[in-house]
Design a protein around this ligand. Structure first.
Ligand code: MN
Length: 196
């Protein structure tokens, strides 16, 4: 069967510091995500989900298979949306216009997004997605859920599981979420938004 593989990070392990440390990346990508990949490969072997695309597994599976597949899809979108902090990296383009129209301003959007992350009880993810008619939506998804299960197109996500920030921020989830804006690669988010 075709096995799922751990994605390669598109930056050096220290690139996201001080927002996300190399140590956190080592555990989050190298241990947690690797674990979900190993678990999923073992769980789908010989099942109806063998050789299915990841997104289709997330839309159709339940239980352990859904949890592990969802975590892989979520983390693949999460880890590939970051870049080294830089002054040049600013929101632009169609996504900037759409955010201003929907949320009033980029600042209001950031506030609402972080608020959704800090008020999510337990483990989960906060998402910015586009609905089928292109409307932007912020949603809180518990555990390993992904907006594709609602037929939304996921654009941007913050992981609020403690493993995403505890080594660097301990219990200060809001500080971690507010810092993440420094490393969002807006070229990636614009591309996700404009590629249908
Ligand atoms: Mn995670």
């Amino acid at each position: 069967m075709k096995e799922f593989e751990l994605i390669t990070l598109p930056y050096e392990p220290t690139a996201l510091e001080p927002v996300i440390s190399a140590k956190t990346l080592e555990f989050h990508h190298g241990k947690h995500l690797q674990g979900y990949v190993n678990n999923l490969n073992a769980a789908i072997s010989g099942s109806e989900f063998e050789n299915m695309e990841l997104i289709d597994i997330v839309k159709n599976a339940a239980g352990g298979i859904l949890n592990n597949a969802g975590q892989i899809l979520n983390h693949n979108l999460y880890f590939t949306q970051f870049c080294k902090p830089s002054e040049e990296n600013k929101i632009f383009g169609h996504i900037a216009d759409a955010i201003n129209t929907r949320f009033g301003s980029f600042d209001s959007f950031k506030k609402e997004f972080v608020q959704a992350g800090t008020t999510l009880f337990g483990s989960g993810w906060v998402w910015l997605s586009a609905t089928t008619d292109g409307t932007l939506m912020i949603t809180q998804e518990p555990n390993a859920a992904n907006p594709v299960q609602k037929n939304f197109r996921p654009l941007l996500t913050f992981d609020v599981w403690e493993h995403a920030y505890y080594l660097d921020y301990q219990n200060r989830r809001a500080d971690h979420l507010n810092a993440l804006w420094q490393i969002i690669d807006w070229k990636v988010i614009e591309q996700r938004y404009t590629t249908k």
